[in-house]
Each structure stands twice: as structure tokens, then as C-alpha cells.
Write a protein that binds this ligand. Structure first.
Ligand code: AMP
Ligand code: TRP
Length: 334
């Protein structure tokens, strides 16, 4: 399903500030945001209230929120074009989430696969919070507050967007047409970047250092991780016959180099994987190094970053409060 690049739309997306962002987050999310901000009205949020739905380290959270925001900017999200803000700075998110939860069928939320996956990973039953369960309703509020048309996300988030659409439809049916129907936007080739050690699993920060490339990894670390990434049993690189592990490395190569299939095929067809992997590591290093430099500057002195987030907060609050006001009015609240 190829999707056209949206234009003249309102775009909303967010990432959790839960540690090391990796190239899956970059290719599947942030890099798409940078493209989308050009011809659309865009809002990009650091969803800190989603990050606290599982056990976390309070002492680290503030830094992680700033890290995530700095990475948005370093990767090219432009605060002159887009609204960049922190979810907990706009109280309307949690307020709307409560109101929306009144039109959300409990049974529909029990079907969310991310909740099931995350619950399984937690060490005790008591660690499964009510907030983890109602997480998708807060996500629906994030999206619906801004009259969002398009939500760029990785494939794993589609079920949540479907729920947000269901909630909007139910709300509008019951109370009148206040909420805008959002749509997911999933760039196909980078929708699912897989683990470097197991091509059946999505690249994720929770599976150990060797499985992902963090956006802050040094050149040396990137070379090592790519060198030890799994490939196929056939020792010779073949573009057309490659299995899932090599397909994944190819997707990463293509996304970072923006080269065409034929050029990559010509360069490596019939050679051993070593050449391809060495080149892949350099492609990643070249693409990440300007981002890393900018990130370092932004994190060395927080002043500009905090200013940008303050401005984003005010701009977001204006839109969010207006939607919230309309919602409360049609719901009959005083
Ligand atoms: P997460 O870090 O899992 O909360 O994901 C944050 C964003 O990055 C979401 O839009 C995800 O769909 C996207 N994302 C996470 N991991 C990957 C991956 N391996 N490949 C593509 N997109 C991803
Ligand atoms: N649940 C998303 C994730 O884990 C993060 C998120 C929260 C989000 N609210 C959102 C993404 C609104 C898009 C729109 O990646």
C-alpha cells in the first residue's frame, strides 16, 4: 500500500522519552516528520505521560525528555515550522483522555496487542498499571486535540490509530461533529526496521545493545555492531535472492544513502558480505554524524532547547484548549 506524501494537512506524532533512540525510531518516525513538516502544519510531541505507564527512573526522566526533544531538533525538525512540545506541559491531553474514555468501549481497549506485549514483559502483576491499559485513550487524545489529519508512525502503532478513529467516530455520533478523523501514515520501506541479531524481531531498545544502533552510537560502535549483524547462510551477497536479515540491512542502506536498488546491486552483487557491511557502516556514520554534532551542542546548554519547548507549549495550548472547550460544551459540562 503505497501512500502519497500528504500536503496541506495537520500532522501529529510523538515519541516516548524512554531512553536511547535508535535508527528504527529515526527512519520509521523522525526522518518522516522532517519531510512532512515542509508542506503541512505539524506538531511533534515528547509523550512523557506515556513513558510513565511502565516502571521508570524518576531521576532520569527530565534528562530523557530533553534528550528526546534535542534529538527531534538535531534530526531536522524545525521549530520555526513545527510545534515541538512536551505532552505534560499541555494539561488538555489528560483532561481530554478522561472525557474520551467515557465513549470508549472497554472491550475495544482489551484487544490492544501492545498492552498485551508490554504487560508480559513486566516483572509482576502489580506493575501492570491502569495507565498502561488506558494508554491508547491518552494517545487518541493527543491526536484528536489538534484536529489532526495524518499521524506518521511505525506499523506497530496502527492499531492505536484505528482505536483513535473509532473513538472519534463514536464521540461525533453521540455529541455532534467536533473531532477530526485521523489517518495513519506509514512509509513502507522503513515501517519496520528489524533487529540486527534477529530479523524476525523489530529493532527495539529493550532487546540489548547489539540488536540496535542508537542515534548516539560512536563510529567505532556502529562499525562493530554492523560487522556482527546476522546475514544469510549463503556467503555471497545477492540482491534478489537475499533473505530477511540481508533485506533488513538493505532497507537501512537504502534509507540512509537514498541510493537506488540498481546502484547498490551493481556495487555489491556477487561479493562477500564484508564489503557490503563495511559500506553500510560508513553510510550510517555519514548520515548520523551531523545529527550527533547538533545534538551534542543542544544538550551542552539547555537554554535554547527549553525556550523552544516553552514556545511550543504556548502554541499547542491554544489549539488544544479550543478543542477541549468545544468537547466540554457538547458534552454538557458547565
Ligand atoms: P517506540 O520507541 O517503540 O516507542 O517507537 C517510537 C516510534 O518509532 C513509533 O512511531 C514506532 O512505530 C517507531 N519505531 C520504533 N521501532 C521501530 C522500528 N524497529 N522500525 C520502524 N519504526 C520503529
Ligand atoms: N504510542 C506511540 C509509540 O509508542 C507514541 C505516541 C503517543 C504517539 N501519542 C502519540 C504517536 C500520538 C503518534 C501520535 O510510539
Amino acid at each position: 500500500m503505497a501512500q502519497n506524501l500528504p500536503s496541506n494537512k495537520t500532522i501529529f506524532s510523538g515519541l516516548q522519552p524512554s531512553g536511547n533512540l535508535h535508527i528504527g525510531n529515526y527512519l520509521g518516525a523522525i526522518k518522516q516528520w522532517v519531510r512532512l513538516q515542509e508542506n503541512n502544519t505539524a506538531l511533534f510531541c515528547v509523550v512523557d505521560q506515556h513513558a510513565i505507564t511502565v516502571p521508570y527512573e524518576p531521576k532520569e526522566l527530565q534528562n530523557r525528555i530533553l534528550d528526546a526533544a534535542a534529538m527531534y531538533l538535531a534530526a531536522g525538525v524545525n521549530p520555526e515550522k513545527s510545534i515541538i512540545f512536551v505532552q505534560s506541559h499541555v494539561a488538555a491531553h489528560t483532561e481530554l483522555a478522561w472525557l474520551l474514555s467515557t465513549v470508549t468501549p472497554y472491550g475495544n481497549v482489551t484487544r490492544m496487542t501492545q498492552f498485551k506485549d508490554k504487560s508480559k514483559k513486566l516483572s509482576s502483576k502489580d506493575a501492570i498499571s491502569l495507565a498502561l491499559f488506558s494508554y491508547p485513550v491518552l494517545m487518541a487524545a493527543d491526536i484528536l486535540l489538534y484536529n489532526t489529519n495524518v499521524v506518521p508512525v511505525g506499523e506497530d502503532q496502527v492499531q492505536h490509530i484505528e482505536l483513535a478513529r473509532d473513538i472519534a467516530e463514536r464521540f461525533n455520533k453521540q455529541y455532534g461533529p467536533v473531532l477530526t478523523m485521523p489517518e495513519a501514515y506509514i512509509p513502507q520501506e522503513t515501517a519496520r526496521i528489524m533487529s540486527l541479531t534477529d530479523p524476525k524481531k523489530k529493532m527495539s531498545k529493550s532487546d540489548g545493545e547489539k540488536t540496535y544502533i542508537a542515534l548516539t552510537d560512536t563510529a567505532e560502535v556502529i562499525r562493530k555492531k554492523i560487522a556482527s549483524a546476522v546475514t544469510d547462510t549463503d556467503p555471497i551477497f545477492s540482491f534478489k535472492k537475499s533473505g530477511p536479515a540481508v533485506q533488513n540491512l538493505l532497507a537501512i542502506y537504502k534509507a540512509f544513502s537514498e541510493k537506488e536498488d540498481q546502484d547498490i546491486e551493481k556495487a555489491f552483487e556477487g561479493k562477500g558480505y564484508k564489503d557490503f557491511k563495511e559500506s553500510l557502516a560508513e553510510v550510517i556514520i555519514t548520515a548520523l554524524s551531523p545529527i550527533q554534532e547538533k545534538y551534542k551542542t543542544l544538550r551542552e546548554d539547555d537554554t535554547d532547547l527549553r525556550f523552544t519547548l516553552g514556545r511550543g507549549m504556548h502554541r499547542a495550548q491554544q489549539i488544544a484548549n479550543s478543542t477541549l472547550h468545544q468537547v466540554k460544551e457538547v458534552m454538557g459540562l458547565l
